[in-house]
Design a binder for this molecule. Sequence first.
Ligand SMILES: *[C@@H]1O[C@H](CO)[C@@H](O)[C@H](O)[C@H]1NC(C)=O
Ligand SMILES: *[C@@H]1O[C@H](CO)[C@@H](O)[C@H](O)[C@H]1NC(C)=O
Ligand SMILES: *[C@@H]1O[C@H](CO)[C@@H](O)[C@H](O)[C@H]1NC(C)=O
Ligand SMILES: *[C@@H]1O[C@H](CO)[C@@H](O)[C@H](O)[C@H]1NC(C)=O
Ligand SMILES: *[C@@H]1O[C@H](CO)[C@@H](O)[C@H](O)[C@H]1NC(C)=O
Ligand SMILES: *[C@@H]1O[C@H](CO)[C@@H](O)[C@H](O)[C@H]1NC(C)=O
Length: 481
Amino acid sequence: MEKPSIMISRTCCYHHPQLWFAILLSFLLCTLILTHFNYSSSFEPVVFNNVEQEQQQEQDLCHGKYVYIHDLPPRFNRYIIDHCDSLTRGTDKPNMCPYMKNMGFGPRIYSPESPHLFTNNTWYETNQFSLELIFHNKMRNYKCLTNKSWEASAIYVPFYAGLDISRFLWVSNLTVRDASGRDLARWLWSQKEWKRMWGRDHFLISGRISWDFRRQHDTLSGWGSNFRFLPESMNMSMLSVEASSWNNDYAVPYPTSFHPLKELEILEWQRKMRKRKRPHLFTFTGAPRPEMKDSIREKVIEHCRSSQACKFIDCSYGKEKCDNPVNVIMEFGDSVFCLQPPGDSYTRRSIFDSMVAGCVPVFFHPGTAYSQYKWNLPENRTRYSVYIPVRDVKEWDKRNISVEKELMKIPEDEVVALREEVIKLIPSIVYADPRSEIEDAFNLAVKGILERIERVRDEIRNGRDPRIGFADEDHYKYTFN
Ligand SMILES: *[C@@H]1O[C@H](CO)[C@@H](O)[C@H](O)[C@H]1NC(C)=O
Ligand SMILES: *[C@@H]1O[C@H](CO)[C@@H](O)[C@H](O)[C@H]1NC(C)=O
Ligand SMILES: *[C@@H]1O[C@H](CO)[C@@H](O)[C@H](O)[C@H]1NC(C)=O
Ligand SMILES: *[C@@H]1O[C@H](CO)[C@@H](O)[C@H](O)[C@H]1NC(C)=O
Ligand SMILES: *[C@@H]1O[C@H](CO)[C@@H](O)[C@H](O)[C@H]1NC(C)=O
Ligand SMILES: *[C@@H]1O[C@H](CO)[C@@H](O)[C@H](O)[C@H]1NC(C)=O
């Protein structure tokens, strides 16, 4: 284990001032004891051992953080990447293969028009569905990996769940649609790692929303697979870009196109976003959904179109406009606020693209961010966002909501403070280069899941039933408050 020791030497003294104080104190005590009592040879080694032992345990900064990566049969991950040309439906691209390049970051962006803004090797054309690959590659570089599964605090299951199900979402034969999930569950159950905690220390990640794995009834009209309702799966935790209302689902940010390697690249970008002139008060990027006439999203589009202060970027025409990350980031960077109504699902990738560009998000539903990204965003939502809660279009009309008026009301100093907070959050919401030391969305997610598993372990130790609050539903997640 070479890597952890490198980390130790770099971070020990900053993170554990108390430890060094404790060691110093025990040496002082020891000296005191030795001078006050007649010298007794039995004293010295005992004291020395205690200190040494304490040092050893505390110096293992990976203690409690070890992760074991399950070595799955290739059909659950590598095979899907090797056959990326078959991933068309269910993703948003005719060919997903280019997006698998560069550890899942996708093709590099080189922007000759703005080379000073989009520096080489920091920006990629990242597709949200490659999050599974990105996460796996980052996990391979995680500082506290172990090959001894008994030593691990958590077991990572590198199943590319979303890419896998994208091949079967429109298959009407439910046996076929559910097959990989069922086979994976069987495989996991038969491993020795399973028995230790019955899977409660296992976790996986999906680049698709978790509802795609939560078909409750075996009817053809039901959406998605039944993966998360299999008994084995119910004992595991799943991270995904949008969590459902079940307690063993956790949300992590959608990947953006920004993947810095060095701290300096983040600082440079933050400086640029602070200085940027923002000619538009607010902006909305998305495609109208004529079939969803009575949706908040349509209301938002209507408002944006009729307001002088709003820039509407219609993604239904000239699609490349919204697909090109350089364009998207530039547009968000031209705006003070970015509207984020719920769409086909509660969440959108655009939340994170806009925040990376220093644009303050405006949310309309608690499920769009507040009940989701708890490991990455501040608990106090007023610090970094504007909240205009509306349950439905009827309420919107009744209250005669004007987004423009609501935003105009916010005093300039508050706007500046909001933007500063958003810019400060950038490192917490991006997936940095796997070789990077930046405390990013990945690190926060691993920290979050380790803490969660430790709590479950505590419950088992204390004789409580680990099933409570695990695979059951929490409707409060989506309640307006
Ligand atoms: C960035 O990459 C482009 C294309 O590969 C290259 O022409 C350019 O010189 C690079 N710029 C820097 C600063 O490395
Ligand atoms: C685990 O084993 C693999 C294959 O033997 C090896 O490449 C890797 O370095 C080992 N990892 C750790 C953390 O020991
Ligand atoms: C669904 O697929 C399975 C496996 O290929 C097959 O055995 C079964 O007959 C199919 N069911 C229907 C209703 O077509
Ligand atoms: C799930 O966990 C419970 C204990 O918490 C255990 O009794 C049960 O057998 C586990 N299910 C599976 C499929 O392993
Ligand atoms: C939340 O943040 C706002 C703005 O920074 C602040 O005024 C408020 O006191 C905070 N609320 C809590 C509960 O900390
Ligand atoms: C609704 O708000 C708009 C713009 O603020 C205003 O012009 C209009 O009179 C209001 N309508 C009602 C019924 O209050």
